[in-house]
Design a protein around this ligand. Sequence first.
Ligand code: SF4
Ligand code: SF4
Length: 451
Amino acid sequence: MSIKTFKRGLRLPTRKTATEGKPIETIPVPKQIVIPVNQHFGAPNQALVAVGDRVKRGQKIADAEKPGSLGAPVHASVAGIVRKIEMHLQSNNGDGVCVYIDADADRALTDTAFMPPLDAFACSKDEAIARVREAGIVGMGGAGFPTHVKLSPPPGKHIDAIIANGAECEPYLTIDEALMSEKPKQLIRGIAVVMHITGVQNAIIGMEDNKASLVPVLEQEIRSAGLEGKISIGLCRTRYPQGSEKLLISALTGREVPSGGLPMDAGCVVNNVGTLIAIAEAFDLGKPLVDRDLTVSGLACKTPKNIRAPIGVMLSDLPQCFMDVDYETLHKILFGGPMMGTSVPTLDIPVQKNTSGVILMTREETSAYAEGSCIRCSRCIRACSCGLSPVLMNIALNTGDLDEAVRAGLMDCVECGGCMYNCPARIKLVQRFKVGKQLLRSQRQTERAAQ
Ligand code: SF4
Ligand code: SF4
């Protein structure tokens, strides 16, 4: 099998050994769950329950304020009583409305309100897309983009390749590998469902070559499903950020997503492997997205593991045997991996649909250097896997020139952090780019409103 790759990229220390090959352990039901009503990219949701309501596991508790808007509903992950609905800190470091549920002691997981199973291959395309939406499925690799929208490209977009993203290029994270190892049948089933919905005959499972041991397992499942020749495996060189959609498409198909474009502009639909498994379960079990598999690791974690938790469990409520924190050495808490994750100030934050990992880092693991001045060395340009000019984007943003930042590539930045990793002056380039993009979006919204 030939090894594929994309241009540029970084060879990072993978730091996966602490959890690599470990099974996924299910945590016991916590006493309280805190579920953010907004866990997706798009328009806001509103709570559908009130304080004092009894809810079942799988019951819809939040949905779009405006019907038909871009979004995904949210479901109770345990059965219990709604104790309060109020703001709480979330993994994006912002406060958001959350539904607090006191879990039933004995039937938190058994008192369910799942949907009836649905045969994805017998129902209509509209019914299938509605099922994915009603299950509240969003991109579980981190982006949180509503999956049903990806599966219904607008007229004129020709899709001819489905890509299952199992690259997992972020250091420390091993949950996608664990899922591919433990749920290969559901993964292949999810891919088959997506192929059927989109009418595409060709799918590729993309993964880095540090997971090559999974190839025979997945090939066996492909054969059992009778899908040889339709689903293939694309082994890619272990190289950061291989898991970025645009770069995975480039590595697996040789196609380039045009500037400002989406994967569908290159004829591809890309879904994380966890998302595809959730799709299979939404049809075969009627199960909405209520559980999350994630990696808990870092040198300040004495119990690195891959775990399965109900969405909404507070990190601070995880039993010690699942996350034993060494508070003496704990220096940084990350939601997600060290390159693209978000640093948060406390463990008092709930696990969300897009929480692929929680990394507890010591000072030695982090690069806590003071920011210096740019020395125009161009190392950031050489490091950028998207061929952008981070130094020019940074200069433009520092002078408030958003148009110039866009000309230098701001909106094509995948926020991988490669430029910052290579910058000798330790300039916080990615943070600036994230803020710059937000500014640009609000500016465009204001312009549209004025028109
Ligand atoms: S400019 Fe954006 S895409 Fe390029 S290396 Fe930096 S963060 Fe990654
Ligand atoms: S790597 Fe850092 S110091 Fe060098 S040009 Fe880029 S921003 Fe400036």
